[in-house]
Ligand binder design. Structure first.
Ligand code: 4AD
Ligand code: MG
Length: 432
């Protein structure tokens, strides 16, 4: 075929005349005289009609065309209200590029089988829509920090120490050593701020989460920032701005995809307009007691259920600060006004999507860091390089990490975080 191919969306924008498109058969039905295909490409779907009269020689193979065969089509496009997307192409030429026999995805497959056939399920309209939103999210995150003068900086994924507790470490056989997959970039990001001052990354983090929840992946993409000289307020402000900027970009660019996902976008709008409430851990305990009749002993971490209960009271994310020291990571700075709590925060999404950001001001005292590590059963010697950041020109600093799939899950309104990434890794899923 000599025609110049355009995307299905471009063909629909053109709306009339001769067009050439290529894609995959999304649906097919037919009779002895006519074949109706719905063809999809990455941009859209469109109905194609093939009249046997005009395809006498090719009819045998056209008649056998099955879902997911790849095709090139040339024909006249016109508006047709009855067609699925309002346009139809009457084919004058068709080329079958790749055959497809019994595509093994159908409406009746359960979650498990869809997981096994993930490499094919990616072609669904749902997954395509999510992956387009993911693309917007990733570029909006970069844009947010680049505009503020942050440098993109990367850390190793293979490390000799934990930062977020030993329980979720994956071990790696590293030649003759036992090492781990990184839970966060943080310990190798802090040295970087002494050169670049403000840095960010988007890279995978790994957690051996031994629980089957709708919020946990073993490998997730982690958007993290670290900034020299800045205080705790700055970290909260930046987290709030980041969420607002990313959400605004998705609402601007991905209206069609959100519609395919049947996302109620009205529920997202308050997040753009309102300032996120900032509560302390103590406030949360009091509110849960007064409004939800839930009693939590001071010192206990907030569990998923409690995060959900508190978030029910708000239509935007909330920022919870000053958790008890014992439930948070070793590097979080003690509140100078109250040594029992840390200058750390969690940003909790509305609608029951849980913690999206975790961040803190960093402890500068080497003695306190060592004490915290020992309390967690860690050998401080493994962290000597890290203490050097406090030995040579230490400055106030802090940072946070945002779970990219958590954010996508909430924005898209997904029922499980697994769909926020093409090939999820969880305790029970590592194939394909
Ligand atoms: O709260 P976390 O554990 O914080 C850190 O790792 C810090 N070192 C970040 C920093 O200050 N640079 O993780 C940060 C975020 C969480 O709020 C959550 O969104 C996401 O990472 N996250 C996960 N997402 C998916 N699956 C998991 N198993 C996750 N664990 C954390
Ligand atoms: Mg956290």
């Amino acid at each position: 075929m000599k025609s110049k191919f355009i995307s299905i969306k471009e063909a629909m924008q053109k709306g009339k005349g001769k067009v050439a498109v290529k894609g995959w058969v999304y649906r097919e039905r037919g009779s002895n005289k006519m074949k109706f295909l719905v063809v999809r490409d990455s941009s859209e779907i469109i109905q194609v009609v093939i009249d046997r009269e005009n395809f006498k020689k090719q009819w045998a193979e056209i008649d056998k065309l099955q879902i997911e065969s790849s095709v090139e089509i040339v024909g006249e496009i016109k508006e047709d209200k009855r067609a699925p997307t309002g346009y139809e192409i009457k084919a004058s030429e068709i080329k079958i590029v790749g055959k497809s026999d019994d595509f093994p995805i159908n409406k009746d497959l359960n979650e498990e089988l869809l997981g096994d056939r993930r490499h094919l399920w990616l072609r669904s309209r749902k997954m395509t829509a999510i992956m387009k939103i993911r693309d917007t999210v990733l570029s909006a995150i970069r844009e947010h920090w680049r505009k503020k003068g942050f440098y993109e900086y990367h850390s190793p994924s293979i490390l000799g120490m934990q930062a977020e507790g030993g329980a979720t470490l994956f071990k790696v056989d590293y030649f003759d050593k036992k090492l781990y997959l990184a839970q966060t970039w943080q310990l190798h990001a802090e040295p970087g701020i002494f050169a670049l001052e403000k840095i960010f990354t988007i890279q995978p983090s790994f957690r051996a989460e031994k629980s089957k929840t709708t919020r946990h992946l073993s490998e997730f993409w982690h958007a993290e920032m670290e900034a020299a000289w800045e205080d705790f307020e700055y970290l909260q402000d930046d987290g709030e701005e980041l969420i607002k900027n990313v959400l605004a970009e998705v609402l601007h660019k991905n209206g069609e995809e959100l519609k395919i996902l049947e996302r109620d976008v009205k529920k997202l709008e308050p997040t753009l307009k309102k300032k996120f409430p900032r509560l302390t851990y103590d406030d949360v305990l009091k509110i849960l007691k007064d409004k939800k009749k839930i009693k939590i002993d001071w010192g206990k971490d907030l569990r998923t259920i409690e995060e959900d209960k508190i978030s029910e009271l708000y239509d935007t994310p909330i920022i919870v600060t000053r958790y008890p020291k014992a439930v948070k990571a070793f590097y979080m700075k003690e509140d100078p006004k109250n040594p029992k709590v840390v200058l750390g925060y969690d940003l909790i999404a509305p609608e029951g999507y849980g913690e999206i950001i975790g961040g803190s001001q960093r402890e500068e005292s080497i003695d306190k860091l060592k004490k915290n590590l020992k309390e967690q059963g860690e050998d401080p010697e493994k962290y000597e390089f890290y203490f050097d950041t406090r030995r040579y020109g230490s400055v106030p600093h802090g940072g946070f990490g945002m779970g990219v799939e958590r954010l996508i899950s909430w924005i898209c309104g997904l029922s499980n975080i697994k769909d926020a990434i093409a090939f999820p890794r969880t305790m029970t899923r590592s194939y394909p």
